[in-house]
Design a protein around this ligand. Structure first.
Ligand code: PHE
Ligand code: ZN
Length: 850
């Protein structure tokens, strides 16, 4: 399908384009299989470039005609674009091309989803719409005319007058082509208004297919809160007369920040209490905020090239996490983010796909929308803020917006504003952008003559892409606690820059207990031999909510590891007793208590064993976790009814943090009860549930208890007409299935009439759940590996981007025993040998096979 030997693109080869674009006018005549796109583009020589090669990117386009300054020309055409001899003076380029949105299953460029036209251009999709210098450093003002049969016609910017049956849009803000968007469909709007703090009236619309009107209110409220928050916290106002959001059912990612016209995966915006869980509401709020915040961090200031992706993504993730912390509970958000970082970014950074936050080469940029670029990228910004302090951070951001508005920037530009504001030299800090891998931090301590000393040693193991690692700047937040549980040193930021470095704390009456890396102040693996007693002490006394949770996490992990490695061992009862005391504390936020009940994932346990030189056995891990859960439920049995009563919500449903926290704790309690009551309590909750959070948590309890047949059938009956809810139905059956049935059940579900595998949400519902079910995915007979490989091969022919993203399921393969490794290798080699495999998947399996 694509080139057999894909090219590698390097950061060091960056060159500006030979021409600047002064303006772009596009006319779309929409048709499912023969859309005509006419472009009129004003080019002028770029004084900053030396190379005047005039090459316009273009893929899968049929060129109808082409002219320069009104004179027809015959360009040189290739699979990737068009070349012409262009004047060394300003000129007008015109082209007409034909494209076929209906047959575009890759969901990149202009495509159709449930009868509506929509676009996805990031990163390099605009070249599937027309010939253009499709690179983020070429910014231009766009004027768009849309003609077509469907009533709603949207593009970026503000609407202009247009004849009947047409729409015209003008976007006054110069932008790269990846922020272009067009939507046309039979849509209805949930409309609202927002007045910016300087008095600009903004029309807000959330466009959905008829029938989904009832799922818009929450997203709209989240949008207005985001707009206000960005004014209050970052001083950033919205800059157009209208802001449109469109919900689309077929979408590769969560959402896209196109200027003034955000396009969302419907799963990332549509919500109602009956159909969405609390987790869905929280995620939707965060994604709405994320895309809105891109208006300044991404759109007004964009990236010079795709290597700088973290410039917009790391910063925008950081901003959306600040927003969520302000809207909800900051400690709960922080713990959730760290769970996520360890589950997704650490394995990436410690395996064959490891790459720096700012990669230096790629074959397919779509493969670099990763947890490293996004989540580690956000951690890097959090560290920077911790190091310079809140006031300097705010000043640096103001300078960034002032200095770089309207530009396409680099990480160097970003760091320079911090250097200019603080006078600091950030050259060592910059290693966070160029060095891959997760640093490991060891701690030694001494106590002599009233002086307590902490000695840290940092080391980053080599990664496949880089052998040598240099010391990084590590902000280490530390507190010290006296033996009576009182803090003797409140949180203090230590700044580590050397490979080994000591910090002294004089005048201590007694040896303190340290609380290290409070708030997870740096994305590292902390390796410190700590006794169980000390961890229980921290669980009881640490004033830092993150480290209190972390102490419990470590206790859970070590108890589980003991059970895995020695099948005669039971769970650590003295820890469970201490934990129960904390869980029963009514003064503690229920959401936080629910997090204390959350166990390390089985994949995390496998990694921990691997790091201790033990080959993880997924079956043993599974049984140990099961045994632990059964034992815990039994041990706490008598206290569960009182806890359950505490989590009852009597007020009408609201997705706010307070109610959601109660429901989260309630779900954890119900899961424990279902371990010994045969599903009685869960069945009652299921029968009376009036919201999806309760309904789904009861359903998962019934699946785990093996008594869900009736409920699953009833659920399907109730929700068969709701795609988003049916994604849950597909997913939970696999995610909670016992390993001995999960791959077979997944294969069965692919035969279900509702398994529309070309829809990324549905494909991920089944296969994402299978991958997440650790023991099922790694079942010894390799059934899941083979099933996933079959389907990735099939999907790749239609949608390379989503297929490639799912290849990361194999990234931890080298942890496991040689039989499993051989089975995974065979599956990956079978994928690699597929005829016509996309560049996306080719790059992924090549890196994975290493
Ligand atoms: N830029 C989008 C975001 O982070 C993600 C995205 C990337 C969406 C590529 C589609 C395609 O908000
Ligand atoms: Zn983003």
């Amino acid at each position: 399908m694509k080139d057999a030997s894909p090219q590698t693109i390097y950061l060091k080869d960056y060159k500006p384009f030979g021409y600047v674009v002064e303006s772009v006018a596009l006319v779309f005549d929409l048709h499912p299989t023969a859309t005509r796109v006419t472009s009129t583009i004003r080019f002028a020589p770029n004084p900053e470039a030396t190379d005047r090669t005039f090459f316009l990117d273009g893929e899968e386009l049929t060129l109808i005609s082409c002219a320069i300054d009104g004179q027809p020309v015959t360009p040189e055409l290739s699979e990737t674009g068009l070349r012409l001899d262009a004047p060394d003076a300003p000129f007008t380029f015109e082209a007409e091309v034909e494209i076929s949105p209906e047959t575009n299953t890759a969901l990149e460029g202009l495509y159709m989803s449930n009868g509506m036209y929509c676009t996805q251009c990031e990163a390099e999709g605009f070249r599937k719409i027309t010939y253009y210098p499709d690179r983020p450093d070429v910014m231009a003002v766009f004027d768009v005319t849309i003609r077509g049969p469907l009533p709603v016609k949207l593009s970026n910017g503000n609407p202009l007058e247009a004849p009947e049956g047409q729409a015209r849009w003008h976007d006054p803000w110069p932008k790269p082509a990846y922020l272009f968007a067009l939507v046309s469909g039979d849509l209805v709007a949930h409309a609202d208004r927002f007045t910016t703090r300087s008095g600009r009236e903004v029309e807000l619309n959330l466009w959905v297919r008829p029938g989904d009107e009832g799922k818009c209110a929450f997203g709209m409220e989240a949008l207005k809160r985001s707009m206000r928050w960005d004014e209050d916290v970052y001083g950033r106002e919205y800059d157009l007369d209208i802001f449109n959001i469109v919900a689309v059912d077929d979408f590769n990612m969560g959402a896209m920040e196109n200027k003034g016209l955000n396009i969302f995966n419907s799963a990332a915006v549509l919500a109602s209490p009956e159909t969405s869980t609390d987790a869905n509401f929280e995620r939707i709020e965060a994604i709405i905020a994320h895309e809105y915040f891109h208006n300044w961090t991404g759109n007004r200031i964009t990236c010079r090239d795709w290597f700088q992706l973290c410039l917009k993504e790391g910063l925008t993730v950081f901003r959306d996490s600040q927003f969520t912390s302000d809207m909800r509970s900051a400690p709960v958000k922080r713990i959730g983010d760290v769970i996520d970082l360890r589950a997704r970014q650490f394995p990436e950074d410690q395996g064959p796909l490891s790459h720096p936050v700012r990669p230096e080469s790629f074959q397919e940029i779509n493969n670099f929308y990763t947890a490293t670029v996004y989540e580690k990228g956000a951690e890097v910004i959090g560290m920077l803020k911790r190091l310079v302090g809140d006031a300097a951070y705010a000043e640096a951001l103001d300078l960034y917006f002032d200095r770089h508005d309207g530009q396409a920037c680099t990480i160097e530009d970003w760091l320079k504003v911090f250097e200019d504001v603080t006078g600091r030299d950030l050259s060592q800090f910059k290693r966070w952008y160029s060095q891959s891998g997760t640093p490991r931090l060891k701690v030694d301590e001494t106590f002599e003559n009233g002086t307590y000393r902490l000695t840290f040693t940092q080391e980053t193991p080599p990664t496949p892409d880089q052998d040598e690692k240099l010391p990084q700047v590590l902000p280490i937040a530390v507190g010290l606690i006296g033996p009576n549980g009182h803090e003797v040193l409140p949180t203090t930021l230590l700044e580590m820059t050397e490979a080994t470095q000591s910090f002294e704390f004089p005048n201590m009456a007694t040896r303190p207990v340290p609380s290290i890396l409070r708030g997870f102040s740096a994305p590292v693996v902390l390796e410190r031999e700590t006794s169980r007693e000390e961890r229980i002490f921290l669980l009881d006394h640490d004033s830092d909510p993150f480290n209190r949770w972390e102490a419990n996490r470590a206790l859970a992990q070590s108890s589980l590891l003991t059970m895995i490695t020695d099948p005669n061992e039971g769970p650590d009862r003295s820890w469970l007793t201490a934990l129960l005391g904390v869980i029963r504390d009514p003064a503690l936020d229920p959401a936080y208590r629910a997090l204390l009940l959350n166990l390390p994932s089985q994949s995390e346990l496998a990694q921990a064993l691997h790091e201790r030189g033990v080959t993880p056995d997924p079956d043993l891990i599974w049984s140990a976790v099961e045994e632990h859960r059964n034992a815990r439920a039994e041990l706490w049995q008598a206290q569960l009814p009182a806890l359950a009563a505490e989590t009852r919500v009597d007020a009408p449903f609201s997705p706010d943090a307070e109610q959601a926290g109660k429901r989260a704790l309630g779900a954890a309690v119900l899961a424990m009860q279902s371990r010994f009551d045969g599903g009685t309590a869960a069945r009652a909750v299921y029968a009376s549930a009036d919201n999806m959070t309760l309904q789904l948590s009861a359903l998962t309890c019934l699946i785990t208890a093996g008594v869900a047949e009736d409920a699953l059938a009833a659920f399907e009956d109730q929700w068969r007409h709701d795609r988003l809810v049916m994604d849950k139905w597909f997913g939970v059956q696999i995610a909670y299935a016992p390993p001995q049935h999960a791959p077979e059940r997944a294969a069965e579900l692919t035969e279900h009439p509702g398994f529309d595998w070309k829809n990324p949400n549905r494909f991920r519902a089944v296969f994402g759940a299978l991958v997440a079910n650790h023991a099922a995915f790694h079942r010894g007979d390799g059934a899941s590996y083979d099933l996933l490989a079959d389907w990735l091969i099939r999907l790749d022919a239609k949608n390379p981007q989503t297929a490639a993203r799912m290849c990361s399921a194999f990234q931890t393969w080298r942890r496991y025993d040689s039989q499993r490794q051989e089975k995974i290798r065979a599956a990956m080699e079978r994928i690699a040998a597929t005829d016509g495999l996309s560049r996306d998947v080719t790059e992924m399996v090549t890196r994975l096979l290493g």
